[in-house]
Write a protein that binds this ligand. Structure first.
Ligand code: MRU
Length: 371
């Protein structure tokens, strides 16, 4: 997508050999900075400390990280021992988004096809590029399929009225390689001339909605309003939300969805108010091995300082500042994700089309996964 009119992906290979380039998302929306990563340690830090975040983006970054692991291994030592150790290191950085493990496993499987180190390195590079390209293409296709939902809602609205869409967190292009998942249908509708307006949940504690989703929608000229996290239910009760679309960090093959903390409450409010609640995802976000999201999806717990403190940029000095919110001595807890059961999800928007959030429907969409 575009930053000041220039097209960017979130992660790519630099022209200098062995350099992975990322947009440092910690600085947005106040500064747009590119960071170069030159080792697996740097990639692991960038994922763990959320210089990059979002399921597809950390998957693609880990794919490039495995290319750096292969580069390190091809300089000497036991190739397989090194890449396997680096794989474990990368997978351990963040537990919930399954794209991370999926990308690392795909790299290991691809490299296992040959015993020659030079060829393994070539395979690791081409696989990293393929993971990123496929992520971008899947998100583009999600936009095409999701566009039909927005088109139908628009057809039922009064002349000139925008379709009001609520989204939570950032499942935008910053969370992937390009386009985004939840935002892709929105960008497609905007490009097709359908008037849309997005309610952007701020998404405490890290405020990915207020900082990232609002910024990227603004860069693409999509009308939006940032709201506090607890506003959505009120808006739905008053007919001001036509559709909810969120992303997901891991989805069971039965349709349970783990997404940023607070998503479950939006799904409950949507059900109570008969607002359609869709979840957009590329197939790399399915976990084909588990069927009960609440019981089986690991939920990341992050440091309490993300809850006790707020950070932002000071208007006058332009400096980043952190301020405390909670009294000294108050204990904090920081659960980063929650699980929305399939029964609350109207449908899954995938790169192959839209299906119900149920094992049978997912099986019909991806039959090869069940052979
Ligand atoms: O903690 P994050 O920012 O990596 O969380 C990921 C998310 O942004 C959301 O949960 C998102 O909606 C799904 S990721 C495509």
């Amino acid at each position: 997508m575009h930053v000041n009119g220039t097209h960017y992906r979130t992660v790519w290979l630099g022209t200098e050999p062995g350099t992975v380039r990322i947009i440092d998302q910690r600085k947005l929306p106040f500064a747009f900075e590119i960071e170069d990563l030159r080792s697996v340690d740097e990639v692991a830090t960038a994922i763990r400390d959320m210089h990059v975040r979002g399921a597809g983006c950390i998957g693609a970054t880990a794919g490039y990280g495995m290319y750096l692991a292969a580069l390190e291994a091809s300089a000497g030592g036991d190739f397989d021992e090194i890449v396997n150790r680096r794989a474990v290191q990368l997978i351990a950085t963040r537990p919930t988004a399954v794209n991370l493990r999926w990308a690392v496993d795909r790299q290991l499987a691809a490299m296992s096809g040959t015993s020659w180190a030079g060829e393994k390195l070539d395979i690791a590079e081409s696989t990293a590029r393929a993971i990123a390209d496929e992520d971008a293409e899947a998100c583009r296709a999600i936009g095409e399929h999701g566009l039909e939902i927005i088109r139908n809602l628009h057809a039922a609205k009064a002349e000139g009225e925008p379709v009001n869409i609520l989204t939570h967190c950032n499942a935008g292009w910053l969370a992937f390689v390009d386009h985004g998942s939840a935002t892709s249908p929105i960008y497609a509708a905007h490009a097709a001339g359908i008037p849309v307006h997005v309610w952007v949940d701020e998404t405490r504690p890290r405020n990915q909605g207020a900082r990232l989703t609002a910024w990227e929608l603004g860069q693409e000229g999509v009308p939006h309003t940032v709201i506090a996290d607890n506003v959505g239910g009120h808006l739905m009760q008053h007919g001001r939300v036509d559709l909810v679309i969120t992303g997901t960090d891991r989805t069971t093959w039965t349709g349970d969805v783990a997404n940023k903390i607070g998503t479950y409450l939006k799904a409950l409010a949507a059900r109570d108010n008969q607002v359609p609640f869709y979840v957009a995802l590329p197939s790399s976000t399915f976990d084909w091995e588990i069927e009960n999201g609440v019981r089986q999806i690991p939920i990341e717990e992050r440091g309490g300082e993300e809850v006790s403190h707020l950070s932002g940029f000071h208007d006058e000095s332009g400096e980043e500042r952190e301020v405390r919110l909670t009294p000294d001595g108050s204990v904090t807890a920081n659960f980063a994700f929650d699980v929305t059961p399939a029964r609350l999800v109207t449908g899954l928007i995938t790169e192959r089309g839209i299906c119900e959030a149920s094992g049978n429907s997912v099986r019909r969409m991806y039959p090869e996964r069940f052979e």
